[in-house]
Design a protein. Sequence first.
Length: 325
Amino acid sequence: MEPAPLFDEADGPEGGRAFWLTCEDGVRVRLGWWPAEGAKGTILFFPGRTEYIEKYGRAAREYVAAGWNMTAIDWRGQGLADRPLDDPATGHVDEFEDYQRDVDTMVEAVGMLEGAALPRVLIGHSMGGCIGLRAAHRLPLKAAAFSAPMWGIRFHPVVRPAAWVLSALSRPLGMGGRYAPGTVPETYALAAEFEGNMLTRDEDMWRYMRAQLTAHPELALGGPSLHWLNRALVEMRGLLRRPAPDLPCLTYLGGNERIVDPAAVRARVATWPGAELVVPEGAEHEILMELPEVRDSFIARTIAFFDQHADDPVSEPSMNDKAGA
């Protein structure tokens, strides 16, 4: 591991560091690490599409203060990780399973860090919730929590069939790297106005996100490619057809969610034995960027949830799940 930048705009706890990691296929990603003194365990935080480590510095403050290490990752294709296309503003991945290579590299690296205490638990937000759901089948974890997980994408019913067809044809027609319809190169948090935005009702957190992206525009990411959309649709469909992992689960979903598909989240939780779904009234997509009563509830509930399950037996990974499979 080599040192990597961790920008001050994260506003994270003291002692935070970042590292460059190289995955087995040669892709370089970035790992963020915030250690807690005498840690109870380690939170593997999986950010969403377009996101980056610094966005969760303030959340890390709370988890570290509660005695949990927190680590986060810049997925391939975003943040400061390697980006595969000539247009770096396009969110793209060759295969959705490639994110599991990033997961394995992250877990291996965390195991080498001083103070990286066991047990390990998972928080996945949005796209990180989709990556996290597959990882939960594979990793030895004690519990998993999700924030607006991308277990489905919200489309108008008329648009959904077209999204499948157009995205499936994009690569054979040489258009796989083009932006998905309705998306633009500029990242949403800079392109949109606060009033009416789909991320948060908290203007202070809106400014926090915008300040990071303004100070470090290299962190920004625009819309997804058509090929990314197709691979995401295939992955989400496959994951929802599988039984849920044998793992305690807590999920938050905004009452005014407009980005991921609430029906898909409800369907997954309904078939996950013992899983709990919390729906804060009026909340938007970014639960950890929402009004204080929403984000404080999520943080407090996840800390109590992880503390409760810290001594549980670890989940047994499925032999059928391998990175890149």
